[in-house]
Each structure stands twice: as structure tokens, then as C-alpha cells.
Ligand binder design. Structure first.
Ligand code: SF4
Ligand code: SF4
Length: 361
């Protein structure tokens, strides 16, 4: 048989079997994204009221919510380095460490699902480009060379932090975190957003406007945290897998992928850019063609089929919630969730931070 004949017979063999199940991945994902957005909003409001209470001397919220440390990924990285160097959980921002480790474990098991299922920044970013698509019926399609060049930015940022933090001794980490600057990282971060300089505000506005037109602008090109989780996710045993026998090569999956991955050409998506968002699976109307699945058993490998080894999106959501809850619970039970700093000490440090920021007051 000549080459054309063999291609024709391959196509002829591929029969389209429409999916019979209703895809619920996107509504389940949206539900979890919404829940984490609310959780973060709640933590943010509590933290704001706690700080304002200490500033004014009127207690509004009695205790600092430790969950705010989820917003300190660099502190999480520094504390992970400290844990590696000393074998001890650091006293300052320990919740940042446990949340960081939880997100790393999620990436090890479930690809970069943290980015597309839990991260509030990812949720906001996704809402912006979906809004852009709804309003303008269009999102920017980056040329491949520019996309690759821009994607490398987040790895360069990550390398900068890894080299910087990797080179610090345990004493240096201790010294930085134990300083009033280290202790006040969360307060400084909040003040940064509430009292932005003109330059910072322009950058934030540019990122927000850009995100309306460019899919996941921040996450895709600039977020070093996403870069780290992406690299970890490469070894995840669960991946988006395409059943080449069932697939009818319609290309809908690749078209829907926010990371612009050629899903329709791959047998499995190994890329560090895949956030396990299930958008490709939701777009595929062919029975069993695409799944988020474990590798096929050895005996099944030649046929590249993995029915029965695919994960339901609800199961993915449950695993993510379980890892998150287990990490917080473990930290609480072992007494490592909250810092041992009294409100009086905080009050003094907050007064100092404010005096430095507004010397005229
Ligand atoms: S390959 Fe699928 S799951 Fe991965 S980012 Fe693209 S659309 Fe999402
Ligand atoms: S959406 Fe992708 S996996 Fe599904 S049939 Fe089309 S090309 Fe194949």
C-alpha cells in the first residue's frame, strides 16, 4: 500500500463517537475558584481590619489571620530553604511554608492545578481574558517566537529568586525573617496595594488591561511562583492524555487551550505550561478521546488507551481541597500555624512602618 493509501485507511478507521456524558469540569472548577476567592476575600478583610484596629487602638478583629501568608510566596520559598538547611520549621511566617508546601504537593500530583483551580490571581486573570473574549470576540494570538520569549521571563525571575535564596545561610534567613522588615512583609504588601505610587499603579493598570486581551498575561509570562509549580508539575503522574485511536483530529482541544498547547498533536501533555484546567477536555466532543489520566498500564501501552485511569474533575477538586486542608490542619495541630508575636509588638512595628512611609504625619 502506498503512503496516501495508508493515511486514507487510518482516517477511514477513525469513527466519530459523540460523548454521551455532560462535561461538568468547568462548573466544578468555577465553584472551587469561587470558594477560594471568597476565602481570600474574607482573610483579606480580616487582615485589613486587624491592622486598622492596631493603628487606631480600637480592636475590630482580635487576631491576625495567619492565612494571609499564602500571599507571601517568597517568604514560603525562604522558609522552605530554611527547613531544608536546618530541619526546623521557622518561627516567622510558618503558615507561608505550609501553604507553599501544599501547593508544591498539588503540582507534584495534579499538574499545575493550583493555578487554574485555586489561585485567586489565576481566577482574576482568567475572568479578564474571558471577559475580553466575550466583549470583543477576540484575544491576542501571540506569534510563537514572541510567546516563547515572553514565557521565559517568569523562569528568569524564578532563577533570580532561587539563586538569591539558595545562596542564603540559615542565619541570614533567620536574620531577615526575624527583622521588623521580615515580620511586616504582609503589612507592607497590603500598604503597597492600598497606597500605590503612580508608577506601581500604572504597571498594575497595564497588567489588568493587557490581561483583557492576552490570555493569562501575568500567569503565563511573569509569575515566578507559577514557573516553579510548572517545573514541579512536569513529573506529575497525571497528565492530559489523548487517545490517538479515538481522536478524530478536529483540533478543538488545541484551539481552546489557554496555554496555546498543541494538544491535538500530543499523546500526553507534559508541558510545564499545562494548568490542568480541563478546557481542552470540555471542548472535545469525542468519546474517551481526551482525559486527565494516569499513564496506561504497561500491557496497554502500545494502544495508548487509558480509559479507567482517568480522573473525574470532582475527584481532582477533592484532592486539591484535601491537600490544602491537611496542610493547614497539620500546621495547626503541631502549633506551627500562627506566629508567636503579641498584638502589642505588632502595634509598635505597624506604627514604625507607617512613620517611615509617611514621615510628615
Ligand atoms: S492542555 Fe488542556 S488542561 Fe492543559 S492548559 Fe491546555 S487546556 Fe488546560
Ligand atoms: S478535541 Fe482534540 S482530542 Fe478531541 S477529537 Fe478533537 S483533536 Fe482529538
Amino acid at each position: 500500500m502506498n503512503a496516501e493509501g495508508s493515511v486514507a485507511s487510518t482516517i477511514a478507521k477513525k469513527q466519530f463517537h459523540r460523548r454521551t456524558d455532560k462535561d461538568r469540569s468547568q462548573s466544578i472548577r468555577l465553584g472551587l475558584q469561587g470558594a477560594f476567592l471568597l476565602l481570600n476575600l474574607w482573610i483579606g478583610i480580616e487582615f485589613y481590619l486587624w491592622v486598622r484596629g492596631l493603628e487606631t487602638g480600637k480592636v475590630i478583629v482580635a487576631e491576625r489571620p495567619a492565612g494571609v501568608e499564602g500571599w507571601l510566596p517568597i517568604a514560603g520559598l525562604m522558609n522552605a530553604r530554611y527547613l531544608l538547611a536546618t530541619g526546623r520549621v521557622p518561627a516567622v511566617h510558618p503558615a507561608a511554608l505550609f501553604l507553599f508546601l501544599a501547593f508544591v504537593v498539588m503540582s507534584l500530583l495534579m499538574k499545575r492545578a493550583f493555578c487554574s483551580w485555586l489561585c485567586p490571581v489565576g481566577t482574576f486573570s482568567e475572568a479578564l481574558w474571558k471577559m475580553g473574549r466575550a466583549v470583543f470576540s477576540w484575544n491576542v494570538k501571540m506569534p510563537k517566537w514572541l510567546d516563547v520569549a515572553l514565557r521565559s521571563l517568569k523562569y528568569i525571575l524564578l532563577a533570580f529568586f532561587v539563586v538569591l535564596i539558595g545562596g542564603m545561610t540559615a542565619e541570614a534567613l533567620d536574620g531577615f525573617m526575624g527583622s521588623s522588615y521580615g515580620l511586616m512583609l504582609d503589612v507592607r504588601m497590603m500598604n503597597f496595594f492600598l497606597d500605590m505610587s503612580m508608577t506601581a499603579a500604572l504597571i498594575v493598570v497595564a497588567l489588568v488591561v493587557g490581561s483583557v486581551f492576552i490570555k493569562n498575561l501575568w500567569c503565563r509570562y511573569l509569575c515566578p511562583y507559577g514557573a516553579l509549580l510548572g517545573l514541579v508539575s512536569v513529573v506529575s503522574p497525571v497528565k492530559i492524555r489523548r487517545d490517538v485511536e479515538a481522536c478524530v483530529d478536529c483540533g478543538k482541544c488545541a484551539k481552546s487551550c489557554p496555554a496555546a498547547l498543541p494538544v491535538d498533536k500530543l499523546v500526553q501533555v507534559r508541558s510545564a505550561e499545562c494548568t490542568a484546567c480541563f478546557e481542552c477536555i470540555a471542548a472535545c466532543s469525542t468519546e474517551s478521546a481526551l482525559s486527565f489520566a494516569f499513564a496506561p498500564r504497561k500491557a496497554e501501552r502500545p494502544a495508548k488507551r487509558w480509559q479507567g485511569r482517568a480522573l473525574h474533575p470532582l475527584f481532582v477538586a477533592m484532592i486539591l481541597v484535601y491537600i490544602f486542608a491537611a496542610s493547614v490542619l497539620y500546621a495547626r495541630i503541631t502549633g506551627h500555624w500562627k506566629m508567636n508575636v503579641t498584638n502589642d509588638v505588632y502595634q509598635q512595628m505597624i506604627t514604625n512602618v507607617n512613620a517611615l512611609a509617611h514621615p510628615e504625619m
